[in-house]
Design a protein around this ligand. Sequence first.
Ligand SMILES: C[C@@]1(CC(=O)O)C2=NC(=C\c3[nH]c(c(CCC(=O)O)c3CC(=O)O)Cc3[nH]c(c(CC(=O)O)c3CCC(=O)O)/C=C3\N/C(=C\2)[C@@H](CCC(=O)O)[C@]3(C)CC(=O)O)/[C@H]1CCC(=O)O
Ligand SMILES: NC(=O)c1ccc[n+]([C@@H]2O[C@H](COP(=O)([O-])OP(=O)(O)OC[C@H]3O[C@@H](n4cnc5c(N)ncnc54)[C@H](O)[C@@H]3O)[C@@H](O)[C@H]2O)c1
Length: 248
Amino acid sequence: MVITERRVDAVKQPEGKRYYPLMLDMKGKNCVIVGGGTVAQRKAEALLEAGAEVTLISPSFTAQLEQRALSGEMPPRLIRERYRPGMPELGEAFLVFAATDVTEINSAVRLEAESLGKLVTVANDAAGSGFIVPAVVRRGKLVIAVSTEGASPGTARKVKRELEQMFGDEYETYLELLQQLRVLVQSIVGDTAERQAIFRAILDLELLAWIRSGRFDEQAGRELALRIAADPTEAGIRQLDEWIRRLD
Ligand SMILES: C[C@@]1(CC(=O)O)C2=NC(=C\c3[nH]c(c(CCC(=O)O)c3CC(=O)O)Cc3[nH]c(c(CC(=O)O)c3CCC(=O)O)/C=C3\N/C(=C\2)[C@@H](CCC(=O)O)[C@]3(C)CC(=O)O)/[C@H]1CCC(=O)O
Ligand SMILES: NC(=O)c1ccc[n+]([C@@H]2O[C@H](COP(=O)([O-])OP(=O)(O)OC[C@H]3O[C@@H](n4cnc5c(N)ncnc54)[C@H](O)[C@@H]3O)[C@@H](O)[C@H]2O)c1
């Protein structure tokens, strides 16, 4: 019992870090992942989805990575070698991922990448990473990223699953519509304060319920835009809920 207590007491709390979340434009950006296992695969898939160019360095790769390298647009590049310092790919990278199952190799990758001024993440060492990756829910242009700052990745995943239940596919249509209306209002209302009041009024409309009901379509969206263009004022927009309800 005493031994167990000592063990528990000896566990050091990782030093507190306060991360800064951001959205990176990865289109065409070079990313190097050292490792070819399940973690490397997960990071590669997300990077490819974001339009990055992905190079993986590892003596072996998961079957899925092998498959992905043969098919589809923008296949990942697989370099079938063990990592060694001085590989040119690292110098060309925008982001570096050290994702082998060998701590010493991951540390060597981190040191070299850092000496080259690269942002690097280490799969088994959050404290030694320049960035970490959140769990992500996407609904069209709605992106919800969940992080526990490395405290419990499983919890990040669990919260993501809960959010997936809360935020349905209707958000995809909703954000497309809001984007169109925003551009429209920006083009016809010059006054910033008035524009902000209009945007707030649009957010108060019961558009989500309308979309969820299945009765909203392209024609309805057009009609809504025409009504807003005809009376682009806060008061005018606040009256639109009545029109939406009458459509039911
Ligand atoms: C969110 C997600 C994004 C992604 O990877 O894309 C992600 N890990 C995910 C899943 C997951 N990871 C692990 C399990 C097994 C269960 C468990 O151990 O809890 C599961 C669950 C599963 O696989 O089901 C094990 C694990 N993870 C890390 C270590 C090393 C360590 O802790 O040092 C170990 C081994 C620990 C050990 O063996 O002892 C480290 C990291 N994992 C992170 C991200 C970063 C912190 C995120 C945050 O909390 O903010 C960080 C710090 C670095 C990084 O990778 O960026 C993705 C969910 C994607 C999704 O579902 O959408
Ligand atoms: N960050 C995360 O989300 C997360 C999740 C689970 C596990 N982990 C940790 O990440 C590490 C990797 O996990 P995994 O499940 O992908 O392991 P894995 O065993 O599936 O893959 C390890 C990969 O590293 C490669 N490798 C080994 N030596 C190498 C070298 N010298 N050069 C290049 N590649 C080399 C292997 O070929 C293999 O492809 C583990 O240390 C694990 O604890 C992290």
